[in-house]
Design a protein around this ligand. Structure first.
Ligand code: 26V
Length: 795
């Protein structure tokens, strides 16, 4: 269909939805009404490729991928859908003809914030790549009523309010009342004649909501199926457990709470009963669902591994192993050891963290009370593993059920998310299991979808790339290499620089709506956005800002490089130190931004409520990307990839995927500093390492004194005493040890920024060499090494 005809058609469809779906006429339509009408018109177009893909998958009886994730951090969908359909311009023009601003309508959509950070956003990028590559796949997760909390600042301190994305109608989902499963909890198990029967104490119903996951150019469309908890009343209980099922009660209270809110703590294993119930709830529903789908076209469950690859996004769905064993044995009558083998052949487990406090473990008594049958099955899995391997590594240990060990033992492949991380997984968290199963751990370095993270969010650069190397790069990102020869071309440099300036102006305009601050677009935009964690060292970044401020004040006439430091990110509500760091950043910003002697050279901004939509504004605008975690702590990072792809230079440590990014973009185009992972371990053994580092650095000493004496908190001089004390006494993440190198490297950055041409040359080489970090490459790796899954579309 040609564009003009399609435009007329889309216009009619929007009007039809405005009238018949929204009940409005043009004269009374609000931005919400327009957004809904446009979304519904676009959604109608998605349904056909969705049906086609589903039919092709059924017809081919091909192997399917099931991606089980507690989190999908999707963000907005309207523009994503318009772009994948190739109707972005048509949609924009259509809205213009109605006198509406397309960008404002897009911005009216709330973010689907069903995730905390990296792990959830990775799942969203994977959905995009699975669909783009035409691999038949389902994402399975929870339809949280409330996504990640909203962050506000009150006098500089974080306060949280509930997020409410479902307060408005969610146009992208289809309710499936007929797709529902019983999920049971508690009670007891009776074993007679080797047959186990579980008599649960409570049950809820898991009901499906489906959203289409559309790929590039609408060549393929998968399904994201999210489960919502409902009371079990009036449900056919007999269909569960062959009539042996006796529910003692079906409390509606549980149904109301189970899918209500996303846990906002990505730091500590809190051992909360409701969290375990959430995990089992969505995992059981997903496993029951994929078994039902398999049985609709296949009869022998022993062949399930030929048709289903189940990937566990961290240990959160690790109960999938025992649940699959339970269903195969208790319901379908397969001998339990055979069931364990079948289950293992289906399962893969991705580890995302080395932090010991973030590894999930459940108190044994709690676990056995909520999931008595699974507890027993885990004992059998453990016995079989002990017997087969002769090792003494247990899943149930010291009164805990360890989900890492469970996931590892029940998976055919365990993967890390960057080369360094994978090596550390082999040496540390799973060192012992690695010796027993030396082939099990493999690497799949993370990636990001270039559709959302370049094509959608960075239109100036998209246009420049299109006019330079053609339009095939969005699903073949390594074509960006063809930009490299232009790095030395003065005219191209100028165009590239202009695109960056345009993105910076967009950011400045956006900021001016929420903050009273003037920013010069020529100043260096230095950005650190991510969850607030001690290991990510936002504190080191802030201390460096204060040290720079001190230096400027001492010598105000020198030609300092103007910088704007941007911070963004949320602290887990119970993570006190992280909240203090936020408060300190805001307090320092207040003092520095009000210093007329330095404000031409240094400003600090911390916009509230960093989320996917804010990232889409920040990533294209950045000049400098801060990736400064303590080496050995950041599993991969994916923000690092978004910045570099959009032409920011990185200042970073040899941690996570930074190592591979530096290898790709070239050491001379990356600002490296800091101790290596090995040196970090070594340094921690030296006595008083932080005190000594502070005493050796007058700059650092001075800043810590300023913070401790209340220079930034005159209303409460001791507010940050505990933070400074921690720097002296227990600086576990070595802020003090890396500080001087970081400061000196920042001065090299200052100097490099002043040479615009050379800086731009480096940024071009960053963009040109980031193609490998497309999540399409990552997904091809999983498909080949782990899933044995194939693309089903023909081009
Ligand atoms: C952990 C926990 C622990 C228990 C309670 C709730 C909860 C919720 C989320 C998490 C996830 C933390 C792990 C995580 O997000 N890891 C990040 O994964 C990214 C994708 O692989 C990776 O780029 C980041 O480096 C890594 O920190």
């Amino acid at each position: 269909m040609n564009t003009k005809i399609f435009q007329i058609k889309l216009k009619q469809e929007v009007l039809r939805h405005l009238k018949y779906s929204l009940g409005k006429d043009q004269g009374h339509a609000t931005p919400y009404d327009w957004r809904m009408s446009l979304s519904l018109a676009l959604r109608d177009i998605v349904v056909d490729p969705w049906f086609d893909s589903t039919r092709k998958t059924y017809d081919s009886n091909a192997k399917r991928v099931y991606y089980l994730s507690m989190e999908f951090l999707i963000g907005r969908l309207i523009e994503d859908v318009a772009i994948n359909l190739g109707f972005e311009d048509v949609a924009r023009e259509t809205m213009r003809e109605f006198g509406q601003d397309y960008d404002a309508i897009v911005a009216n959509e709330p973010d689907a914030a069903l995730g905390n950070g990296g792990l959830g956003r990775l799942a969203a990028c994977f959905l995009d790549s699975l669909a783009t590559l035409g691999i038949p796949a389902h994402g399975y997760g929870i339809r949280y009523e409330h996504g990640l909390f909203e962050q506000h600042f009150e006098n500089g301190a974080q306060v949280e309010t509930a997020e409410g994305w479902l307060a408005q109608r969610n146009v992208w989902e289809f309710e499936r009342p007929e797709v529902a499963y019983i999920i049971a909890f508690g009670g007891h198990v009776s074993e007679t004649d080797g047959r186990a029967v579980w008599y649960p104490a409570e049950t809820v119903k898991a009901q499906a909501y489906d959203a289409p996951a559309l790929g590039w150019q609408a060549r393929w469309c998968n399904t994201l199926r999210l489960w919502s908890a409902k009371p079990t009343r009036a449900f056919d209980l007999e269909s569960f457990n062959r009539g042996d099922f006796l529910a003692a009660s079906a409390p509606e209270a549980l149904a109301r709470t189970i899918s209500r809110v996303l846990y906002p703590d990505d730091t500590t294993d809190t051992g909360k009963e409701l969290r375990l119930k959430q995990e089992y709830f969505f995992t059981s529903a997903s496993i029951q669902d994929l078994i039902r789908r398999y049985r609709s076209t296949n009869d022998d469950l022993r062949d399930l591994p030929k048709k289903a690859a189940i990937q566990l996004n961290d240990t959160h769905p690790a109960i999938a192993g025992p649940e699959l064993v339970r269903l195969l044995t208790d319901i379908h009558g397969i001998e339990i050891h055979e069931s364990i083998d079948i289950a293992r052949k289906c399962l893969g487990y991705t580890n995302h963290t080395l932090l010991p406090e973030a590894l999930e473990r459940w108190p044994e008594h709690l676990f056995a009370r909520i999931l008595p049958r699974h507890y027993r099955i885990i004992e059998i899995i453990q016995d079989q593993h002990l017997k087969d391997t002769g090792s003494d590594i247990r899943i149930i240990k010291d009164g805990n059920v360890n989900m890492g060990e469970l996931a590892f033992i029940m998976a055919t492949h365990v993967n890390g998310v960057s080369a360094l991380h994978t090596e550390l997984v082999k040496e540390t968290v799973f060192g012992d299991l690695h010796k027993v199963y030396p082939k099990r751990i493999i690497n799949e370095t993370n990636g990001i979808t270039p559709r959302r993270w370049l094509y959608d969010c960075n239109k100036p650069l998209r246009n420049l790339i299109n006019s330079t190397i053609g339009i095939e790069w969005p699903d073949d990102l390594e074509q960006l290499e063809r930009l490299a020869p232009y790095a030395d071309d003065a005219a191209f440099q100028e165009e590239f620089h202009k695109a960056k300036l345009e993105n910076k102006r967009r950011f400045i305009n956006w900021l001016s709506d929420i903050r009273d601050i003037q920013i010069d677009p020529n100043a260096m935009l230095d950005i650190q956005v991510k969850r607030i964690h001690e290991y990510k060292r936002q504190l080191m970044n802030l201390i460096e800002a204060v040290a720079y401020w001190n230096e400027i004040k001492e010598n105000p006439t020198k030609d300092w490089t103007p910088r704007v430091k941007v911070f963004g990110g949320k602290a887990a509500p119970g993570y006190e130190v992280a909240k203090k760091i936020i408060h300190l950043i805001n307090d320092v910003a207040t003092v520095i931004n009000n210093d007329s002697a330095t404000k031409d050279y240094l400003q600090i901004v911390f916009p509230e409520n960093y989320n996917v939509s804010m990232a889409e504004i920040l990533m294209p605008a950045a000049d400098l990307s801060e990736q400064i975690s303590t080496a050995g702590k950041e599993a991969s990072g994916t923000g690092n990839m978004k910045f570099a792809l959009n032409g920011a230079l990185t200042i970073g440590t040899l941690d996570g995927a930074n190592v591979e990014i530096r290898d790709h973009v070239g050491a001379e185009n990356f600002f490296l500093f800091g101790l290596t992972a090995e040196e970090v371990e070594e340094r921690r053994h030296q006595p008083e390492y932080s005190r000594r580092a502070i005493e050796a650095s007058p700059r650092l000493y001075r800043v810590l004194n300023q913070i401790a004496s209340g220079v930034f908190s005159p209303d409460e001089p001791h507010r940050y005493g505990s933070i400074v004390q921690m720097m002296y006494e227990s600086d576990y993440f070595l802020v003090t040890c890396d500080f001087d190198d970081y400061f000196d490297t920042q001065r090299k950055v200052d100097k490099a920024y002043l040479d615009t041409k050379e800086w731009t040359r480096k940024t071009i080489l960053n963009t040109a060499n980031m193609g490998w970090f497309s999540s399409d490459r990552t997904i091809k790796g999983y498909a080949k090494d782990i899933w044995g899954a194939k693309s089903l579309y023909e081009r």
